[in-house]
Write a protein that binds this ligand. Structure first.
Ligand SMILES: [Zn+2]
Length: 472
């Protein structure tokens, strides 16, 4: 059984229905089998009822024997999630129709804002591959075919035990090599490009950060970010769907590097920096953002001006609108505002013709272009329409730190920000002190400013003002 080292977790769930996204778990059973491939496997069993928080449909109560009365005093999933993680840690997740149980657990964890991932082995697929002549592969057929001892069918632990008995039966009936070949094919590992080491994914943490794909050159092919590095990188190579970029990356990739961050904001900041400094060949989407910027309103009658990011003085940001990812996006925004508020296309700089603007001709402009609306009144209405897009005033006298805490572990990243510009990220107070002694000049970056403004207005993070340390 060395194939299955270090552990297998046979998992079965009872639920209130069949929809992972909508139905809830009523019972979990896990048989964990630890094996070093040489000595006798160590087996530990665990099961618990789970309070689903909703009534169990009568037909399901009849099938499983789990009633509303039985789960009333049971713990909710949140209270047993930790135990599920422990009992499946480092193990191959084995289940019958694994997509069902795995999907339910993934959803249950997602509702707790946690991720659950495992290498999944489906015993239906394994049975199909090893016994291709058998017509039925449901659990009852498998139990009958292999004369498996069962007690407690349709209860979570009973069914999980049956799966463990099935795998033991395989080793009695078939050569180990045959089982190994079939299991490897069934294991739902993303098929990594052949140039990559098979364990390349295992080196990646299930944590937020950035990843860099390298080919033969010194510069990366692609830089990406994720809340879960291992899952995201695996998705690039999963056989379910591959974008044209993923196909090209798959052909050229030779190695993967990564950097962990405390959270998503840190990952986005780092990704943005790496993409801009390294210009990876396949990051087309991000590289195009060079002409981002903000809009400035002048005097009544002036056309709103687009100011490219490079020309924006950070301290002058409030009073501007945006940021926009491109000149075109700014124009599109003005066009929408014009049609929503009967603003004038000519005054907005959307067209240059003489006389009435196009919108006026179709009665969608209040008439600033033909003197029917005073320019000052139009200006007031434009200012009001743009107000929701105004860059907020920087709320501190100097720089501030947005502290982002890792969900797992004790890592805290302090992102140092001034005037909506990111000055850098410190991992500890020492680093933070050094950064404040010689703070870099704030440089405006539209993508980063958008992200920071959003993070601040959502208020989900801990932001502390930092005393500005003067050296003169
Ligand atoms: Zn007009």
């Amino acid at each position: 059984m060395s194939l299955f080292a270090p552990a297998l977790a046979f998992v079965d769930l009872e639920t209130t229905g069949t929809a992972a996204a909508g139905d809830a778990i009523t019972e979990v059973g896990i048989v964990r089998v630890e094996t070093d491939g040489v000595g006798a496997p160590r087996v530990s069993e665990w099961s618990t009822l789970v309070n689903p928080g909703v009534p169990i449909p009568p037909e399901i109560q009849a099938l499983t024997g789990i009633t509303d009365a039985m789960v009333r005093a049971a713990p909710p999933f949140a209270a047993i999630a930790g135990e599920v993680l422990q009992r499946t840690a480092d193990a191959i997740f084995v289940a019958h129709n694994a997509r069902f149980d795995y999907g339910f657990l993934k959803h249950a964890f997602a509702r707790l804002d946690r991720t659950f991932t495992a290498r999944v082995l489906c015993t239906v697929k394994l049975s199909r591959r090893l016994y291709p002549d058998a017509t039925r592969h449901n659990l009852d057929s498998i139990i009958a075919r292999h004369a498996l001892p069962v007690a407690g069918r349709h209860r979570a632990l009973g069914d999980a035990r049956a799966l463990w008995a099935f795998v033991q039966a395989l080793y009695r009936e078939l050569p180990e090599e045959t089982i190994a070949v079939a299991a490897k094919r069934v294991l739902r590992t993303p098929s990594l490009p052949p140039q990559l080491a098979p364990e390349a994914l295992d080196a990646l943490p299930e944590a937020p950060g950035v990843y860099l794909f390298y080919g033969l050159n010194a510069l990366p092919l692609y830089v990406g970010k994720s809340k879960n590095l291992r899952e995201r990188v695996g998705a690039h190579f999963s056989s379910d769907y591959r974008s044209p970029t993923d196909l090209r990356v798959s052909a050229e990739i030779r190695r993967i590097e990564f950097e962990e961050t405390a959270g998503e904001i840190g990952a986005l900041l780092r990704e943005s920096t790496l993409v801009k400094s390294l210009l990876p060949a396949h990051n087309h989407a991000l590289r195009r953002k060079e002409e981002s910027g903000v809009l400035a309103l002048g005097e009544p009658g002036d056309t709103p001006r687009f100011i490219p990011a490079a020309a924006v003085e950070p301290s002058a940001l409030p009073g501007h609108y945006g940021p926009f990812t491109s000149r075109r996006q700014a124009r599109e925004t003005l066009r929408h505002l014009a049609s929503d508020h009967a603003l004038c296309w000519k005054v907005l700089g959307l067209e240059k013709r003489r006389g009435a603007c196009f919108a006026r001709q179709v009665k969608r402009c209040a008439g600033a272009c033909v003197g029917a609306e005073p320019l000052a009144a139009h200006h007031d209405r434009l200012t009001a329409a743009l107000a929701p897009l105004a860059v907020p005033r920087w709320p501190f006298a100097g720089p501030a730190a947005l502290r982002e805490r890792a969900l797992v572990g004790d890592r805290v990243d302090a992102h140092v920000i001034d005037q909506w510009c990111w000055l850098g990220t410190a991992r500890d107070d020492g680093e933070l002190g050094r950064m404040l002694e010689a703070p870099p000049r704030p440089v405006f970056d539209a993508d980063i400013a958008r992200l920071l403004i959003r993070a601040f207005t959502r208020g989900a993070h801990d932001v502390v003002p930092l005393a500005r340390v003067t050296t003169d």
